[in-house]
Design a protein around this ligand. Structure first.
Ligand SMILES: [Zn+2]
Length: 564
């Protein structure tokens, strides 16, 4: 697909071709090179680590190196017949398989049958099996037989993001290499090289931000840089500010500052950060979602610092979160998470996002003042609490009124004033608008097939988990906020209430492909998806069956134990 290529352009274009070009993998590269130089090559390797950390890249260089006619210091020469054939994908000596889409025993058998023929050219047949944890049990057993007695010329390189899902029998047969997250400096250095080659003028701070956002993944770093280049029309300098805008994200330093002020009860300072965020035109729902994610990581670290390896965070981010985590106790952190999680639910469809967010910040920060840090008396606090409660109820009532208005209220408005004016300007809604809900206007609802396919059910149940693992950004936030339904052909229908977001997803086919692949890798199941936009003025449940509640009901009714 041409578009997909375009998206991955930098990542592909600058993929290292020799061991010397690889960044940040010195120990692994040294070991592999020594094996090649000393002729002590193994038969089965296991490369573990998150996406974009160099597993496949190094596997490919290794595959070329072992077959190269004239290796230089263990690296492939790049010009001999074998190197050129492999580079052109014209060699039978290197076989790549993605177990995410080929996980059956037949797929493995096809490979294993080929193993029995020795190579006619070159020395080794190298089999690279990506996402190997997704093989079926039968496929693992078939593979194991070959790993136990491999022909002298066969090399298996198994790559996986989840080694814990591999059978011990396979693990024990392999030399294991762990590809940890790359440091921000390593990624930044590479981005600088690439920017230079591309004659892209970028501020150091911009590249540093992209490197940080990549969170240890070189592939993500280059893909983010790609996005920045695509949006940075003309030959303008890629500034830090523009990068933040394009990537639609907020610096983690901001979360740390926000947390610090809230935790110290410095409410004006915390509110001024909010002003900054809004002045920069950022999405509040996203900001709050990412703040919750930040607090969640703090919470996990607080519960046990040993979870740090499982958090998938770069060293810089980990450091910052650890520091913050040490300054608060677990109960406090949980309290903040509760407050902001509640906020997310209420601001998603609200016109009063700003006020609600300010209230949440005040409430979170006020807890600190309770401890005596503030000079407010108990009476005053009670007063404040009551006033907040009152305000909330009024806002809630406003919202309900607005939700019943068929049209005319912008779903994008961020400012309370807009909502207020709209509410005031609307003809008194009193029941008239409500008629639309039960009357002839009611649009046809998609009919739910008798059974929800198991694959779809699994994805819906684990939606937060799978989507939560996407890198922070607009895509993750939008998908987390979307509603889920089922299409006529059993496809998972993702419905956005914001039509601008929906357009963005629907217009570009890549978003569908990428999400399908992402979900397949997380869940082991390939499900077809479809993006839809909610018609303005309609509620999700007017037009669609809410898959989440259907599945929730099923669980309650049958106490269905099928979920893992
Ligand atoms: Zn060569």
């Amino acid at each position: 697909m041409a578009e997909e290529k375009q998206y991955l352009a930098l990542y592909r274009k600058y993929r290292p071709q020799t061991f010397e070009d690889v960044r940040g993998r010195d120990a692994i590269v040294r070991t592999l090179k020594n094996q090649i130089l000393n002729g002590r090559i193994g038969h089965s390797y296991l490369f573990c680590g998150t996406r974009g950390t160099g597993k496949t890249t190094i596997a490919k260089i290794f595959a070329r190196a072992v077959n190269c006619e004239d290796p230089h210091d263990g690296s492939p020469c790049g010009v001999c017949a074998s190197c050129r054939a492999i580079a052109a994908d014209a060699s039978l000596n290197v076989v790549e398989m993605d177990a995410a889409s080929n996980n059956s025993v037949d797929d493995i058998r096809a490979i294993i049958d080929a193993v029995s023929y020795s190579p006619t050219q070159g020395r080794y047949r190298v089999y690279i099996i990506d996402e190997v944890h997704m093989l079926s049990t039968a496929a693992f057993n078939a593979l194991l037989k070959t790993l136990e007695e491999p022909p002298s010329y066969a090399i298996f390189i198994l790559a996986t993001t989840e080694p814990n899902k591999l059978p011990v029998t396979i693990l024990s047969r392999c030399q294991r290499y762990d590809f940890g997250r790359l440091s921000t400096e390593t990624i930044e250095g590479r981005l600088q090289e690439v920017a230079e080659s591309e004659q892209l003028h970028a501020e150091d701070r911009a590249l540093r931000y992209i490197a940080g956002a990549a969170d240890g993944s070189m592939r993500d770093g280059l893909s983010l840089l790609d996005q920045c280049i695509a949006f940075n029309f003309g030959n303008e300098v890629l500034t830090y500010e523009k990068t933040l805008e394009i990537l639609g994200a907020v610096d983690t330093a901001v979360f740390s500052r926000m947390f610090g002020h809230i935790h110290e009860g410095q409410i004006p300072e915390a509110l001024s950060i909010l002003d900054e965020i809004l002045a920069q035109g950022r999405e509040l729902v996203q900001f709050v979602t990412d703040l919750i994610w930040y607090l969640r990581n703090m919470m996990l670290l607080k519960a046990s610092e040993s979870v740090r390896d499982r958090l998938d965070l770069s060293a810089d981010n980990l450091e910052r979160i650890l520091n913050d985590a040490r300054s608060a106790d677990l109960a406090e952190i949980m309290r903040y998470i509760r407050i902001f999680s509640g906020l997310i639910d209420s601001i998603r469809y609200s016109e009063n996002r700003r006020i609600l967010t300010e209230m949440a910040i005040i409430r979170a920060g006020r807890g600190r003042m309770d401890d005596g840090a503030g000079d407010m008396g108990v009476d005053q606090l009670d007063n404040l609490t009551n006033r907040i409660r009152e305000l909330e109820q009024r806002l809630l009532a406003d919202e309900q009124k607005m939700a019943q208005m068929p049209k005319g209220v912008s779903f994008l408005g961020d400012e309370a004033a807009d909502g207020r004016e709209a509410a005031a300007a609307a003809p008194s809604a009193g029941g008239g608008a409500q008629a639309g809900q039960g009357g002839a206007q009611k649009p046809q609802r998609t009919v739910l097939p008798e059974a929800v396919p198991d694959d779809v059910r699994d994805i819906v149940r684990n939606w937060k988990k799978y989507i939560g693992q996407l890198p922070p950004g607009l895509t993750r936030v939008s998908l987390l906020g979307a509603d889920l339904s089922l299409g006529d052909e059993g496809q998972l229908v993702i419905v956005f209430n914001n039509y601008v977001t929906a357009e963005h997803f629907i217009r570009d086919e890549r978003y569908r492909n990428r999400l399908e692949t992402w979900l397949a890798r997380r869940s082991g199941k390939r499900v077809r998806i479809e993006y839809k936009s909610l018609d303005k003025g309609h509620k999700f449940t007017d037009n669609y069956v809410d898959l989440r509640s259907v599945i929730r009901m099923e669980i309650e009714e049958e106490n269905d134990p099928e979920n893992e």
